[in-house]
Design a binder for this molecule. Structure first.
Ligand code: SF4
Ligand code: SF4
Length: 164
């Protein structure tokens, strides 16, 4: 699925369970995502790989179809505990606008941080012509992802420093 982001201004979304978003995407994992998945799957299940240039882990993908290794029969096998970024999809968050003209998609989080939200219209569950109020869970989830990713970067940088 090729990403097609547009500024998020409340486009209605309802997942149609097509499984497309579980292919061809690098899904970042927070340290807490990893701990939760390891606890559920057992440490012997290899579901992640480290991106040295990014400083965090992403979900591993299958060689034959570039799908997530946790996808089974086109369904998420860890749905109840899936990574935060999977919960966020089809939305995406950026600290600055992708285009300087993008102003209508600026949202203020509870801690006062302004972020820019986008929605991937390649997802068939997004209704681009139906505008509703952004759901309250969305900004809470964005806040949590930012916090967990910051903690994750700190954790791996610290681990790396201690190993040097
Ligand atoms: S691509 Fe969209 S509709 Fe399909 S499974 Fe993912 S979130 Fe749901
Ligand atoms: S963890 Fe689940 S929702 Fe996330 S990419 Fe893998 S199969 Fe899809």
């Amino acid at each position: 699925m090729k990403e097609r982001l547009i500024p998020y201004t409340g486009q209605r979304y309802e997942c149609v369970m097509c499984g497309e978003c579980c292919h061809n995407r690098a899904v970042p994992l927070t340290k807490i995502d990893i701990d939760r998945l390891e606890h559920h799957l057992g440490e012997e299940v290899d579901f992640s790989e480290y991106l040295v240039n990014k400083g965090y882990f992403v979900l591993s993908r299958r060689i034959w179809d570039n799908g997530c290794v946790l996808l089974r029969d086109n369904k998420c096998s860890v749905h109840a505990i899936k990574p935060l970024v999977c919960r966020l999809f089809p939305f995406a968050v950026y600290p600055a606008p992708e285009d300087p003209d993008d102003t209508e998609n600026a949202y203020t989080l509870a801690d006062g941080t302004v972020v820019y939200l986008y929605v991937d219209i390649a997802c068939p569950g997004v209704h681009i012509d139906e505008i509703v109020s952004p759901p309250s869970w969305l900004l809470s989830l964005v806040q949590r992802i930012r916090l967990e990713m910051a903690l994750t970067r700190f954790y791996y940088e610290d681990t790396q420093d201690n190993a040097d």
